[in-house]
Design a protein around this ligand. Structure first.
Ligand code: SAM
Length: 214
């Protein structure tokens, strides 16, 4: 199966080879019901949909949660790229900011970008710590946790997810930014505490992704 990550001329949290490494993990597990927390501009979502569509011949679900411009929690450091839509490529600035005036991290933009998979995709706008309380997640077999990166947000997300998917033996929660970015400390602390308390198995992938096996 082709696991080449494409950026579709948008912005993505998975740069260079990270996208390919990520898709290889997805291809290994072949989930049918995928949840991404932190959709950003939808690039990873689109890559996941393209891959799962091929693997399961169209029979898969993708659920994505993002603030999509809503206010982040008070303990969360909002990265600059979310405050203002900057591009290093001047053509992108021209097209997205001046001609189309499109905010790539808006609900509408991501929904439009994923419209090829509209039958499979559910996008939810809001804070994951609130949304997960009522979300029906029992069939989810793979979570990519890449939303808020503070200790509290990650720890709450993990516990809310666990309460719902702990019966899905073999389900995976893959956390981004566990170790590669030394300016982000909250993810590692939250994952380590959660795994220890719940006595779960943790595997590190390329010192960046923390794979928690339920
Ligand atoms: C690092 S980006 C995600 C990158 C994306 N997964 C990708 O691969 O391109 C983080 C995203 O999480 C969202 N976010 C931050 N805190 C959140 C929260 N508490 N609930 C939901 N989304 C959140 C931000 O709006 C942002 O779009």
């Amino acid at each position: 199966m082709n696991t080449d990550y494409k950026t579709f001329w948008r912005k993505s949290g998975l740069k260079k080879n990270w996208g390919n490494i990520f898709l290889k993990i997805i291809n290994q597990h072949k989930p049918k019901v995928f949840l991404e927390i932190g959709v950003f501009c939808g690039v990873t979502a689109r890559n996941v949909c393209e891959l799962l569509n091929k693997i399961h011949s169209g029979n898969f679900k993708y659920i994505g949660i993002d603030l999509f411009g809503n206010k982040a929690s008070s303990d969360e450091k909002v990265p600059n790229y979310l405050k203002k839509q900057n591009f290093s490529n001047p053509f992108k600035t021209l097209i997205y900011n001046l001609i189309l005036r499109e905010n790539l991290n808006s609900y509408e933009s991501v929904q439009n970008f994923l419209k090829k998979f509209s039958r499979n995709v559910t996008l939810i706008k809001g804070n994951s710590n609130h949304i997960l309380v009522n979300l029906e997640v029992k069939d989810i077999d793979f979570v990519f946790l890449d939303g808020g990166h503070s200790f509290d947000t990650v720890f709450n997300d993990l516990n809310l997810l666990y309460d719902k998917i702990s019966l899905n033996k073999g389900a995976i929660i893959l956390c981004d930014d566990y170790e590669d970015a030394d300016y982000i400390k909250g993810v590692k602390k939250a994952v380590d505490k959660f795994v220890e308390e719940k006595k779960l198995k943790l595997e590190l992938v390329e010192k960046r992704f923390a794979k928690i096996i339920i």
